[in-house]
Design a binder for this molecule. Structure first.
Ligand SMILES: Cc1ncc(COP(=O)(O)O)c(C=O)c1O
Length: 388
């Protein structure tokens, strides 16, 4: 069991994610796992890496998990393993972390920016078809903030136009998608390739960088494995142009511990989210996160929309009270200087713009104490009382 006993006492600072307290709860197991790697000297590709890949594959109910160095590499490797070429177009959401757009552009492909759904924040499947051209080869569905994109319409479009589907599941590992038939699958296991990140703040996280690719394709998994390892099929024989992207053994050892607790840690975040929902339901300026009927929500982020152009003032007010909050994401991809020459868009991406001006993510993590959350809620309410 995830221990509620803490060996160390903590300050009362509120954090977006409290990795330190979580570490203290798991300290014994994590320290032992790290020590085992140090004792073995197998820092690169030690047995813990394979053990973790197998455990994660079991958890996701998928045949192949290929660890790599981080979630951005995972997307790049996915595009390479699908044998896409420079000049190909890849559909990506406009409201997103940079990784999908960046990896696509880095490989000389064109990211085609598609607007998102205002409720789920995920790519709007209704707007994908109008963005497809003869050069379009893939869709990257990014499962933002803790819930899955609506995958069924995306799969239908992909089939119609013969496109590959990559799922960027850096933020929603553990979320479950339900098809219209009632069949369920974990997010990240639905398209040709799923990718994820184990960045320290992610739902499944290590204490450094880490990532993985997920697939049910046997051949694809072999190609991914080779590309992540300099394109080698056997040592010093390079079949593909690849890269060097490995998960450190120490990080794999930490992930082996963390994976055991993923369901418990998720449950505690869901509890925090429900308490926020309940507290904010009467506040007219706040739209609480929408939970789509087709997906569970693992609440990697608790992201509200603040109406009436009050978002920035609310954030400043909370900051004064010692409450951190974050704007994920303040600038949509079409407005990023880096992609001005590289990305294509087919409409004005107005939802992405509206969201970037109104979203605010509040602290949510497995270690949130009730008194801390009450303090946050109280100050959010007070802000609206003061500003009317
Ligand atoms: C949606 C999404 N995709 C990809 C990544 C990239 O992961 P990493 O930082 O491990 O490269 C992140 C990380 O923040 C992310 O949030």
């Amino acid at each position: 069991m995830y221990s509620k006993q803490m060996a160390i006492t903590f300050d009362d600072n509120i954090r977006m994610v409290d990795l330190h307290t979580q570490y203290c709860r798991l300290k014994e197991e994590i320290d032992a796992a790290i020590q085992e790697v140090l004792n073995s000297h197998a820092y690169i590709n030690g047995p813990q890496v394979t053990t973790f890949a197998n455990h994660l594959a079991d958890y996701l109910n998928i045949p192949h998990v290929i660890p790599c160095a981080n979630g951005t590499d995972a997307i790049q490797i996915a595009l390479m393993a699908l044998q896409l070429q420079a000049g190909d177009e890849v559909i990506v959401p406009a409201f997103n972390y940079v990784a999908a757009t960046e990896a696509t552009a880095l490989l000389g492909m064109t990211p085609v920016l598609v607007d998102v759904n205002p409720d789920t924040f995920n790519i709007d499947a209704q707007k994908i078809e109008q963005a497809i051209s003869r050069r379009t080869k893939a869709i990257i569905a990014v499962h933002l903030f803790g819930q899955s994109c609506d995958m069924e319409p995306i799969l239908r479009i992909a089939e119609k136009y013969n496109l590959s589907v990559i799922e960027d599941n850096a933020q929603s590992i553990g979320a479950v998608y339900t098809f219209a038939s009632g069949e369920t699958k974990k997010a990240g296991t639905i398209g040709q390739i799923g990718t994820t990140s184990f960045f320290p703040s992610k739902p499944l996280a290590c204490y450094g960088d880490g990532g993985a690719l997920i697939t049910s394709g046997d051949e694809l998994s072999e190609r991914i494995r080779m590309i992540a390892n300099h394109g080698q099929d056997i040592k010093y024989r390079h079949k593909y142009i690849g890269c060097n992207s490995r998960l450190d053994t120490i990080q794999a050892a930490i992930l082996n511990v963390k994976l055991k607790y993923i369901s418990e840690l998720t449950k505690t975040r869901i509890k925090v989210a429900k308490q926020y929902n309940e507290a904010f339901k009467c506040l007219p300026y706040i739209i609480t996160p929408y939970k789509a009927p087709f997906s569970t929500h693992v609440y990697h982020q608790y992201t509200i929309r603040v109406q009436g152009e009050k978002r920035n003032d609310l954030q400043s007010y909370l900051r004064q009270k010692g409450i951190p909050s974050m704007v994920y994401y303040p600038i949509p991809m079409d407005m990023q200087e880096a992609f001005r020459m590289h990305a294509r868009k087919t409409d004005n991406l107005s939802v992405a713009r509206q969201l970037s001006e109104s979203v605010l993510s509040l602290p949510i993590h497995s270690e949130m104490r009730d008194d801390m959350q009450e303090y946050i809620i109280e100050h959010v309410k007070r802000f609206f009382k003061i500003t009317g």
